[in-house]
Design a binder for this molecule. Structure first.
Ligand code: 13P
Length: 284
């Protein structure tokens, strides 16, 4: 299939009460793991590349890999830019064939975030590309958030309402207590805040930093209306854990395929589990 846009997978997810996984890829094996998982689970899927992944693999390579994988698959695939903070790079991704981009203006004051996101949307929409934005600050796991800091860092539901109305963005990443990377303790999600945001706006909601979040919390987030769930760290750990195990057991191996094939299978296994957890398995 050709690449599809966010709305093509998030619309049915919102109606069906499930979420679609957005899995980060930075090499061929991880792209293959994601696509094979989606096909085997009959799940729509979002493959996303961060600015770091693009720097590592090269924009043309990422696009060619994902397009090739999508063309050979019979499930809907979105190619999405994750956390684009640079306007020019967001434009390059659109030009090179991404079907969806995230413009991350979360560090900007609200007005400027609205302005920049709207600029991206005007251009993206003209060429049929969807846009995700971010409001609030999704920290790293090292950030220890106190109760007083919550209100300053987490997404303000009223601001979410204004932001969604003014921009008409296709999906909104919110800060409710998740963080990118490996958690030190158990993450505590602010579900009342998520509920309030959903009451005030009908924009599809994105949960970042979802690796390491307990399954029950993920289920609750989906029930409360999260429709895109980002996973990177869990894939890295599965992939690298298996690769390290292989090298320990086969220190003399000089064939990269013998290392990468089991690493890919390990990544695929965790991705399939996530698709079942999010409820997207069987929906394509
Ligand atoms: P994790 O690395 O915590 O899974 O977060 C991924 C993410 O949110 C990418 O935007």
């Amino acid at each position: 299939m050709n690449l599809v846009r966010l709305g093509d997978v998030l619309g049915p997810a919102e109606k069906g009460g499930y979420a679609v996984g957005a899995f980060n890829a930075n090499n061929m094996e991880i792209v293959q793991a994601i696509i094979e998982a989606a096909v085997e689970e009959r799940s729509p899927v979002i493959i996303q590349a961060s600015q770091g992944a693009i720097k590592y693999a090269g924009l043309e390579f990422i696009v060619a890999l994902v397009k090739t994988a999508a063309q050979n698959a019979d499930v809907p695939v979105v190619l999405h830019l994750d956390h684009g903070t640079d306007f020019a790079q967001v434009m390059r991704c659109i030009r090179h064939g991404f079907s969806s981009v995230m413009y991350d203006g979360s560090k900007l004051p609200l007005e400027d975030n609205i302005l920049m996101t709207s600029r991206v949307i005007e251009i993206a929409r003209a060429v049929g590309v969807s846009v995700e934005a971010e409001l609030g600050k999704i920290g790293g796991t090292e950030d220890d958030v106190s109760v007083e800091e919550r209100d300053a860092l987490f997404t303000d539901p009223r601001e979410a309402e204004i932001f969604a109305r003014e921009t008409g963005v296709d999906a909104l990443a919110i800060a409710i207590g998740t963080a990118h990377g490996v958690y030190k303790g158990e993450p505590k999600l602010d579900f009342p805040r998520l509920k309030r945001i959903r009451e005030l706006t009908d924009v599809p909601i994105v949960l970042h930093g979802s690796s390491g979040v307990p399954d029950d919390a993920i289920r609750q987030a989906v029930e409360l209306g999260v429709s895109k769930i980002n996973i990177d760290t869990d894939i890295r750990q599965a992939f690298m854990g298996k690769a390290a195990e292989h090298m320990r057991e086969n220190p003399d191996n000089i064939d990269p395929r013998k290392l990468l094939a089991p690493a890919k299978e390990s990544a695929k296994k965790i991705i399939k589990e996530k698709m079942r957890l999010f409820g997207s398995a069987g929906k394509a």
